[in-house]
Design a protein around this ligand. Structure first.
Ligand SMILES: [Fe+2]
Length: 262
């Protein structure tokens, strides 16, 4: 399982807070920046350690995975918007609207005002056989992650524009059944009137797959290392080497496995 150091978790948190300060102007109607900072301050202790998913083979199912995922989605969304724009697409929303929607598309994963959305999986069987690192907290009232995101934003009286709502609401694309009537329509009047939702869905999908691939390749590297250690032990015990080589190898192996690496 991927692990972030406390310094990396702190660094990601600072990045997120600075992004809020840099993106949202103080003079927005109803002082949105201050309300956002209030909400982030309220959730700081829980949000900065929250995972982005519960299963290791999904994406970012590690402590600090939520904030890291949000930063990745924002980064991908800004880059993808430029690609769409360079390709000639109509961009009828601001960067602020794009970043607001990307920043809050998974906000529901922080939980409610009292409880975390994800809690550690206690069952060893589920951890080992299903890669379940975190599980849903049964204390919470059921809501989709998106509904909870919107509920939390209104709870902190954070206003949003129509494009921010459409983008945030539809980031999951057709993975969410409730989004079908927005994406699939035969009535031209009902078709999406902004590309913000398509760009956010692509950004979320891209960030999620990259996070998964990084986890997978780290797991594979770990497996190769374990295999090499096993092979070394096998060689050592078959006494193929002279006793002098053997004693040096055992010493190296001991150092590799138990040395303090400092
Ligand atoms: Fe996401």
């Amino acid at each position: 399982m991927k692990e972030l150091t406390p310094e990396q978790i702190h660094e990601n948190w600072i990045k997120l807070i600075n992004l809020i300060k840099d993106t949202f102007p103080e003079d927005y109607p109803n002082n949105r920046r201050e309300k956002l900072l209030n909400m982030y301050q309220y959730f700081e202790d829980r949000m900065c350690v929250a995972p982005a998913s519960g299963k290791e083979h999904y994406h970012n199912a590690h402590v600090g995975g939520y904030v890291e995922h949000v930063l990745h989605v924002i980064d991908c969304a800004v880059k993808l918007k430029k690609l769409w724009e360079d390709g000639g697409a109509t961009i009828n929303f601001s960067d602020e609207e794009l970043i607001f929607a990307a920043m809050h598309h998974d906000l529901g994963k922080v939980g409610d005002m009292k409880n975390d959305y994800y809690i550690p999986q206690e069952s060893e069987w589920h951890r080992k056989n299903q890669g379940s690192i975190f599980t849903h907290n049964g204390e919470l009232q059921y809501m989709t992650v998106t509904d909870r995101a919107i509920w939390l934003l209104q709870h902190f009286e954070i206003p949003m524009s129509e494009w921010e709502y459409v983008g945030l609401r539809l980031t999951d694309g057709l993975y969410e059944d409730a989004n079908k009537s927005y994406y699939v329509t035969y009535n031209p009047d009902f078709s999406l009137k902004s590309n913000i939702a398509y760009i956010l869905h692509q950004a979320d999908s891209m960030a999620t797959h990259i996070e998964h691939d990084k986890w997978k390749s780290a797991e594979q590297q770990e497996e190769i290392k374990v295999q090499e250690n096993v092979e070394n032990i096998k060689k050592a015990v078959t006494m193929e080497e002279t006793s002098e080589q053997l004693s040096q190898k055992s010493k190296d192996l001991f150092e590799e496995l138990f040395g303090d690496n400092s």
